[in-house]
Each structure stands twice: as structure tokens, then as C-alpha cells.
Ligand binder design. Structure first.
Ligand code: 2PG
Ligand code: MG
Length: 412
């Protein structure tokens, strides 16, 4: 769903809402029409809501007052989860208004958000193998990613990633297991066990001439809510059911054996105790990210900080439904000393707003999916453009951006 906001001065702001396949139950509702057409995924309803209600409510407002405008959207919708007008409709309006405000100021969005302060390019997390809901559950873990912790610039981080991606593809081809890509452009995960993907990833990093852990580390998104049934976690590939403690033990074993620096949603979104125990066990060694667990909600971040249930927030604007609410979640995470990662969804478009948010908000990290397909490359390319525009003034977040790490970037 795409929205345009036009200002009286002629400036137009435009944004497109993304969509997720593995969604947290606390997310703003992605409003679809249901019924037979387009498998029920049409958005005629959401479009009508913007044309008939939202446009009238926002007409004449000051576009530089983002909190004010987002407040109007929240109030107009009137539901706790934005199900009446749709989180997809509202986030597209909210981001389009933000683009219009930056355009009226004559600035790139990242600079408009940042002010005159120094800009820092985010440490990227890039998927090499897809999995989970993004690959027909061919393997259980959803994202096997690399993090170029030793790179000295965003461009170098992407150069290294391109080589690792290529090397991983060559390995799969040599094994007769190259079957195209999953939803976010990572290779289709033709592995016999989840751990085989980790093994292959380490070898691909080495094949690409990088030192595992030192230069290129590994990040996982377990998306464990997707595995959770009646208090157990189902590893379909390995035909076994685990309780929370056993899943945590399995993951900690991987952290011991592989250069893993970040792990997202290691346990289910309702498993507070499991998240607490996991964070107590390894939160000083790895970044523990709440995605479905936090759903870009400031309230949940504050609770998780009190519970010591994770040490980083994934920021997905469409989970919140407005830019202002997403920013509030990021501020809450920062206040708690959490790492922050601005993230794309599995369903993406050419929209590059999140890259500007990552730089403009100084988030430190950016997750976009793999190093393939134009909806992903558009975002990596936008980061390169920003770094290029900054020239010598460009700074790169690097390893220190990881949640759970000390200020110099080392993990204690
Ligand atoms: C996630 C995202 C991106 P989805 O879980 O972090 O990988 O997936 O958009 O399907 O929620
Ligand atoms: Mg996730």
C-alpha cells in the first residue's frame, strides 16, 4: 500500500508499507480485505480508509509536527491494534508525511532526522540462508545471517557480504543443493539439520577469505514463536519437540561452537521466563534481540528491561503503525541500554525509508534480508549513497553497536 502526502508548497512525500510473514501477535494489524480476490490480501478497504477518512483528518495540518499528525492517526483509528484503518495504511501515511517534511526542508530524510550532528552508518545484518516461515519451513531457524563486525565502513561491510553470499552459493552448488532463494533472497536452505547451515556459513566466511568471528560473525533469528505449540518447540526438520530449557540449551551449544554475536527471538513471544533465563545465561556474550517479543512497543521494551529479558530491540515501523510510536520504542530501548536494529520485513518493496531511519535515528544496526533481489538491494544501495554523500565525514557503527557489548565493542 503506497501513500502520497502533498504539501501546499508542491512537495510530495511518498512511502510504501511493508508486510511480515512471521508476525508477533502484538503487532499493529495489517488490514486486508479477505474474501476470494488476491487470496484475501487486497487492500481496497485500507485504501478507502485513507482516501475517505485520513486525508480529511490531516488536510491543513503542519507536516513538521510528526507527533501531532501521528496522534491524529491513532485517535482516528480508535483501536488498540489499529485494526479499523490498518497499521499498513497508517504507517504508509506516517512515513509519507515524514518524507514530505524532509522534502519541504530541502534535506535528505536521514539528515532531516539527524540534524547537524555527525552521521553513523549502521552495522548491517545480512541473511545468507532463509528458513522458517520464509522458506516453507524447510529448516526451523528463520534467518541465518552474517554481521561484518570487522569492517571499517558500510561499503566494506557490503563488499565482504557479497563475497560470503557468493561463496555460500558456490558451496551449495558443489553439493548439488542450490535450489534458488527464499523470501528475503537468502539461499533456499537445503540442509539435513539446522546446525548444518551454521557449519556451511562458517565455511563460506572462510572461503571468502574472512576470519569467522573476528571479521564476519553470525546472527540468527530463531523466530521461536513460529515453533511454539502448547508449551513445546517443534523442530520439524529434526523431528523433535523441545521444552524451553532444551531449546535454550541447544542454542547455547551453538553459541559455544560458532561465532554467533546476535540471536533474535530465541524463545516464544509469551515465554518471559525463558527469555529471562536465556538472557541471564548468555546476555553478556551475545546480543539478544526482541522482535515478536517486543513488537516495536515502548511499553514492552520498558517491561523487558525491568525483566532483563533481552538486550536489544528490533525496530519495525509497521509493527508500531506510526513513525512516532516506532521512535518511542527506540528511545525506550536506548534508555534501557539496549542495542537497536532498524529492520525490514519479509514482504518488502523499493521503499528505502528504514535506511534513513537507521542513520537519522543513529540506531547502530540495520537488518534488511539478503544480498539479492531489488527490494533488498535498493536499501543496501541507499546506505551506500548516504555513506558516499558523507564522504570523509562518514562514520561506521561497527561491532560496538551490538547490544550486550561494552562501549569499545568487545564482548566481556
Ligand atoms: C523478522 C522479519 C525479517 P517477518 O522476523 O525479523 O526477517 O521477518 O517480516 O516475516 O516478520
Ligand atoms: Mg524476527
Amino acid at each position: 500500500m503506497e501513500v502520497e502526502v502533498r504539501l501546499r508548497c508542491g512537495v510530495i512525500g511518498c512511502a510504501i508499507a511493508p508486510a511480515g510473514a512471521s508476525t508477533g501477535s502484538g503487532e499493529a494489524v495489517d488490514l486486508r480485505d479477505g474474501g476470494a480476490a488476491f487470496g484475501g490480501y487486497d487492500v481496497a478497504h485500507a485504501v478507502r480508509g485513507v482516501e475517505e477518512e485520513v486525508a480529511a483528518a490531516l488536510r491543513g495540518r503542519d507536516v513538521t509536527d510528526q507527533p501531532g499528525m501521528d496522534g491524529v492517526l491513532v485517535e482516528l483509528d480508535g483501536t488498540a491494534d489499529k485494526r479499523r484503518l490498518g497499521g499498513n495504511a497508517l504507517v504508509a501515511v506516517s512515513m509519507a508525511a515524514l518524507h514530505a517534511a524532509a522534502g519541504a526542508a530541502g534535506k535528505p530524510l536521514w539528515r532531516y532526522l539527524l540534524g547537524e550532528g555527525p552521521a553513523r552508518l549502521p552495522l548491517p545484518e545480512i541473511q545468507i540462508f532463509g528458513g522458517g516461515a520464509h522458506a516453507g519451513r524447510r529448516v526451523d531457524v528463520q534467518d541465518f545471517m552474517v554481521v561484518p563486525v570487522g569492517a571499517s565502513s558500510f561499503a566494506e561491510a557490503l563488499d565482504w557480504t557479497a563475497e560470503v553470499y557468493r561463496a555460500a552459493g558456490a558451496r551449495l552448488a558443489a553439493a548439488g543443493r542450490l535450489y534458488g532463494v527464499a523470501d528475503e533472497g537468502g539461499y533456499w536452505p537445503a540442509f539435513d539439520a539446522n546446525e548444518d547451515a551454521l557449519e556451511c556459513l562458517v565455511r563460506a566466511i572462510e572461503d571468502a577469505g574472512r576470519i569467522p568471528g573476528e571479521e564476519m560473525a553470525i546472527s540468527l533469528d530463531v523466530a521461536a514463536s513460529e515453533l511454539h505449540q502448547a508449551g513445546r518447540y517443534r523442530l520439524g526438520l529434526e523431528r523433535r519437540d523441545l521444552d524451553g530449557d532444551a531449546l535454550a540449551e541447544l542454542l547455547i551449544g551453538w553459541i559455544d561452537r560458532y561465532p554467533i554475536v546476535s540471536i533474535e527471538d530465541p524463545l516464544g513471544e509469551d515465554d518471559v521466563r525463558g527469555m529471562q533465563r536465556f538472557t541471564a545465561a548468555v546476555g553478556d556474550r551475545v546480543q539478544i534481540v526482541g522482535d515478536d517479543y517486543l513488537v516495536t512497543s515502548a511499553r514492552r521494551v520498558e517491561q523487558a528491561a525491568r525483566d532483563r529479558a533481552c538486550n536489544a530491540l528490533l525496530v519495525k515501523p509497521n509493527q508500531a503503525g506510526t513513525v512516532t510510536e516506532a521512535r518511542a520504542a527506540l528511545d525506550a530501548a536506548r534508555a534501557a541500554g539496549f542495542g537497536t536494529i532498524v529492520s525490514a520485513r519479509s514482504g518488502e518493496t523499493e521503499d528505502v525509508t528504514i535506511v534513513h531511519l537507521a542513520v537519522g535515528w543513529g540506531a547502530g544496526q540495520l537488518k534488511v534480508g539478503s544480498f539479492a533481489r531489488s527490494e533488498r538491494m535498493a536499501k543496501w544501495n541507499e546506505g551506500l549513497r548516504i555513506e558516499g554523500a558523507l564522504g570523509d565525514a562518514a562514520d561506521f557503527a561497527g561491532r560496538a553497536a551490538l547490544g550486550g557489548s561494552t562501549p569499545d565493542g568487545s564482548l566481556p
